[in-house]
Design a protein. Structure first.
Length: 209
Protein backbone atom coordinates (compact mmCIF):
# COMPACT_ATOMS: atom_id res chain seq x y z
CA UNK A 1 0.00 0.00 0.00
CA UNK A 2 1.32 3.42 -0.96
CA UNK A 3 2.22 5.70 1.93
CA UNK A 4 1.49 9.43 1.68
CA UNK A 5 3.70 11.93 3.43
CA UNK A 6 5.50 15.25 2.98
CA UNK A 7 7.06 14.18 -0.31
CA UNK A 8 3.99 12.35 -1.58
CA UNK A 9 1.05 14.35 -0.28
CA UNK A 10 -2.55 13.46 -0.95
CA UNK A 11 -5.13 16.22 -0.94
CA UNK A 12 -8.46 15.39 0.67
CA UNK A 13 -11.04 14.70 -2.01
CA UNK A 14 -13.26 17.64 -1.06
CA UNK A 15 -10.34 20.06 -1.46
CA UNK A 16 -9.73 18.76 -4.97
CA UNK A 17 -13.41 19.18 -5.82
CA UNK A 18 -13.47 22.73 -4.44
CA UNK A 19 -10.37 23.58 -6.44
CA UNK A 20 -11.98 22.32 -9.64
CA UNK A 21 -15.16 24.28 -8.99
CA UNK A 22 -13.12 27.40 -8.22
CA UNK A 23 -11.31 27.10 -11.54
CA UNK A 24 -14.62 26.62 -13.34
CA UNK A 25 -16.09 29.70 -11.62
CA UNK A 26 -13.08 31.78 -12.62
CA UNK A 27 -13.28 30.47 -16.17
CA UNK A 28 -16.98 31.32 -16.36
CA UNK A 29 -16.32 34.88 -15.18
CA UNK A 30 -13.40 35.34 -17.58
CA UNK A 31 -15.30 33.88 -20.54
CA UNK A 32 -18.37 36.02 -19.90
CA UNK A 33 -16.23 39.12 -19.57
CA UNK A 34 -14.60 38.42 -22.92
CA UNK A 35 -17.58 37.13 -24.95
CA UNK A 36 -20.83 37.60 -22.94
CA UNK A 37 -22.87 34.67 -21.67
CA UNK A 38 -24.94 34.25 -24.84
CA UNK A 39 -21.84 33.84 -27.04
CA UNK A 40 -19.52 31.87 -24.79
CA UNK A 41 -19.60 28.06 -24.80
CA UNK A 42 -18.74 25.20 -22.48
CA UNK A 43 -15.66 24.72 -24.67
CA UNK A 44 -14.54 28.22 -23.65
CA UNK A 45 -14.95 27.38 -19.95
CA UNK A 46 -13.12 24.08 -20.31
CA UNK A 47 -10.24 25.71 -22.18
CA UNK A 48 -9.97 28.62 -19.72
CA UNK A 49 -10.13 26.34 -16.68
CA UNK A 50 -7.69 23.78 -18.09
CA UNK A 51 -10.03 20.86 -17.46
CA UNK A 52 -11.76 18.21 -19.54
CA UNK A 53 -15.39 18.38 -20.63
CA UNK A 54 -15.95 15.32 -18.48
CA UNK A 55 -14.74 17.20 -15.42
CA UNK A 56 -17.08 20.08 -16.21
CA UNK A 57 -20.06 17.75 -16.48
CA UNK A 58 -19.18 16.15 -13.15
CA UNK A 59 -20.04 19.50 -11.57
CA UNK A 60 -22.68 21.04 -13.84
CA UNK A 61 -25.27 19.87 -16.35
CA UNK A 62 -25.00 22.95 -18.57
CA UNK A 63 -23.58 26.46 -18.74
CA UNK A 64 -26.73 28.02 -17.23
CA UNK A 65 -26.31 25.94 -14.08
CA UNK A 66 -22.62 26.85 -13.99
CA UNK A 67 -23.48 30.52 -14.40
CA UNK A 68 -25.92 30.46 -11.49
CA UNK A 69 -23.42 28.65 -9.26
CA UNK A 70 -20.75 31.21 -10.12
CA UNK A 71 -23.07 34.07 -9.18
CA UNK A 72 -23.93 32.32 -5.90
CA UNK A 73 -20.24 31.87 -5.18
CA UNK A 74 -19.49 35.56 -5.69
CA UNK A 75 -22.54 36.68 -3.71
CA UNK A 76 -21.38 34.47 -0.84
CA UNK A 77 -17.96 36.10 -1.04
CA UNK A 78 -19.55 39.55 -0.92
CA UNK A 79 -21.70 38.52 2.04
CA UNK A 80 -18.60 37.20 3.79
CA UNK A 81 -16.75 40.47 3.26
CA UNK A 82 -19.76 42.35 4.58
CA UNK A 83 -20.01 40.20 7.69
CA UNK A 84 -16.31 40.57 8.45
CA UNK A 85 -16.41 44.35 8.01
CA UNK A 86 -19.45 44.67 10.31
CA UNK A 87 -17.85 42.40 12.91
CA UNK A 88 -14.56 44.29 12.88
CA UNK A 89 -16.10 47.76 13.00
CA UNK A 90 -15.88 49.26 16.49
CA UNK A 91 -17.71 52.47 15.58
CA UNK A 92 -21.33 53.62 15.32
CA UNK A 93 -23.79 51.84 13.01
CA UNK A 94 -23.51 54.65 10.47
CA UNK A 95 -19.73 54.49 10.52
CA UNK A 96 -19.92 50.71 10.27
CA UNK A 97 -21.81 51.05 6.99
CA UNK A 98 -18.89 53.11 5.69
CA UNK A 99 -16.51 50.31 6.65
CA UNK A 100 -18.71 47.73 4.94
CA UNK A 101 -19.12 49.70 1.71
CA UNK A 102 -15.39 50.36 1.63
CA UNK A 103 -14.74 46.62 1.84
CA UNK A 104 -17.41 45.75 -0.75
CA UNK A 105 -16.22 48.33 -3.29
CA UNK A 106 -12.65 47.11 -2.83
CA UNK A 107 -13.73 43.51 -3.47
CA UNK A 108 -15.72 44.51 -6.56
CA UNK A 109 -12.78 46.52 -7.86
CA UNK A 110 -10.38 43.65 -7.25
CA UNK A 111 -12.49 41.14 -9.18
CA UNK A 112 -13.65 42.96 -12.32
CA UNK A 113 -14.66 39.80 -14.20
CA UNK A 114 -16.90 38.60 -11.37
CA UNK A 115 -18.30 42.10 -10.92
CA UNK A 116 -19.19 42.33 -14.60
CA UNK A 117 -20.80 38.91 -14.38
CA UNK A 118 -22.95 40.02 -11.45
CA UNK A 119 -23.92 43.51 -12.57
CA UNK A 120 -23.97 43.32 -16.36
CA UNK A 121 -24.58 39.71 -17.37
CA UNK A 122 -26.78 38.46 -14.52
CA UNK A 123 -29.68 40.90 -15.05
CA UNK A 124 -29.86 39.72 -18.67
CA UNK A 125 -29.44 35.99 -18.04
CA UNK A 126 -31.52 35.73 -14.88
CA UNK A 127 -33.32 38.95 -13.79
CA UNK A 128 -34.38 37.32 -10.51
CA UNK A 129 -30.76 37.44 -9.35
CA UNK A 130 -31.00 41.22 -9.02
CA UNK A 131 -33.88 40.83 -6.59
CA UNK A 132 -31.90 38.33 -4.56
CA UNK A 133 -28.87 40.49 -3.96
CA UNK A 134 -31.01 43.62 -3.58
CA UNK A 135 -32.89 41.86 -0.78
CA UNK A 136 -29.64 40.80 0.87
CA UNK A 137 -28.21 44.32 0.78
CA UNK A 138 -31.35 46.07 2.00
CA UNK A 139 -31.90 43.54 4.77
CA UNK A 140 -28.36 44.09 6.06
CA UNK A 141 -28.70 47.88 5.99
CA UNK A 142 -32.09 47.79 7.70
CA UNK A 143 -30.84 45.49 10.45
CA UNK A 144 -27.81 47.71 11.07
CA UNK A 145 -29.39 51.15 10.86
CA UNK A 146 -33.01 50.98 11.99
CA UNK A 147 -32.05 50.69 15.70
CA UNK A 148 -30.42 54.15 15.44
CA UNK A 149 -33.87 55.71 15.47
CA UNK A 150 -33.06 58.07 12.63
CA UNK A 151 -35.53 56.54 10.21
CA UNK A 152 -38.04 59.35 10.80
CA UNK A 153 -35.84 61.74 8.81
CA UNK A 154 -35.43 59.35 5.90
CA UNK A 155 -35.87 60.98 2.49
CA UNK A 156 -35.63 58.08 0.02
CA UNK A 157 -37.16 54.71 -0.71
CA UNK A 158 -34.62 51.90 -0.05
CA UNK A 159 -35.43 50.07 -3.29
CA UNK A 160 -35.01 53.24 -5.36
CA UNK A 161 -31.81 54.02 -3.49
CA UNK A 162 -30.46 50.55 -4.29
CA UNK A 163 -31.29 51.10 -7.95
CA UNK A 164 -29.43 54.41 -8.01
CA UNK A 165 -26.35 52.85 -6.43
CA UNK A 166 -26.47 49.91 -8.82
CA UNK A 167 -26.67 52.22 -11.84
CA UNK A 168 -23.66 54.22 -10.64
CA UNK A 169 -21.55 51.11 -10.10
CA UNK A 170 -22.72 49.42 -13.31
CA UNK A 171 -21.79 52.50 -15.34
CA UNK A 172 -18.21 52.17 -14.11
CA UNK A 173 -18.18 48.46 -14.88
CA UNK A 174 -19.61 48.94 -18.38
CA UNK A 175 -16.93 51.55 -19.07
CA UNK A 176 -14.19 49.09 -17.98
CA UNK A 177 -13.40 51.28 -14.97
CA UNK A 178 -14.19 48.66 -12.34
CA UNK A 179 -10.82 49.14 -10.63
CA UNK A 180 -11.86 52.73 -9.86
CA UNK A 181 -15.03 51.80 -7.98
CA UNK A 182 -13.63 52.80 -4.55
CA UNK A 183 -13.74 56.44 -5.61
CA UNK A 184 -17.55 56.15 -5.66
CA UNK A 185 -17.61 55.65 -1.88
CA UNK A 186 -18.94 59.13 -0.93
CA UNK A 187 -21.84 58.91 -3.41
CA UNK A 188 -22.70 55.32 -2.56
CA UNK A 189 -22.59 56.11 1.16
CA UNK A 190 -25.00 59.00 0.74
CA UNK A 191 -27.41 56.90 -1.32
CA UNK A 192 -27.23 53.93 1.07
CA UNK A 193 -27.68 55.91 4.28
CA UNK A 194 -30.39 58.33 3.17
CA UNK A 195 -33.39 55.96 3.54
CA UNK A 196 -32.33 54.78 7.01
CA UNK A 197 -30.21 57.40 8.77
CA UNK A 198 -31.60 60.57 7.24
CA UNK A 199 -30.07 63.35 5.18
CA UNK A 200 -27.85 64.87 7.87
CA UNK A 201 -26.06 61.61 8.68
CA UNK A 202 -25.87 60.62 5.02
CA UNK A 203 -24.45 63.97 3.95
CA UNK A 204 -22.01 64.01 6.84
CA UNK A 205 -20.58 60.64 5.87
CA UNK A 206 -20.39 61.59 2.20
CA UNK A 207 -18.48 64.77 3.02
CA UNK A 208 -15.82 62.87 4.97
CA UNK A 209 -14.50 61.79 1.57
Amino acid sequence: MRKFGVLTPQLPQDIGVRSQRQRIFEAMAMSCAEKTFSVMTIADIVSEAGISRGTFYKHFDNKQECFSATIDFFLAELQGATAIAFAQSQTSPVDAVRDVLTAVLALLAGKPEYTKLLLVEAPIVDPEIVGRYRGTVLSALKKQLEPTGNGATAMADPVIAFGRAKVLITDYVAADETEELPELLPEILYIALLPYAGQRAALGQAQIG
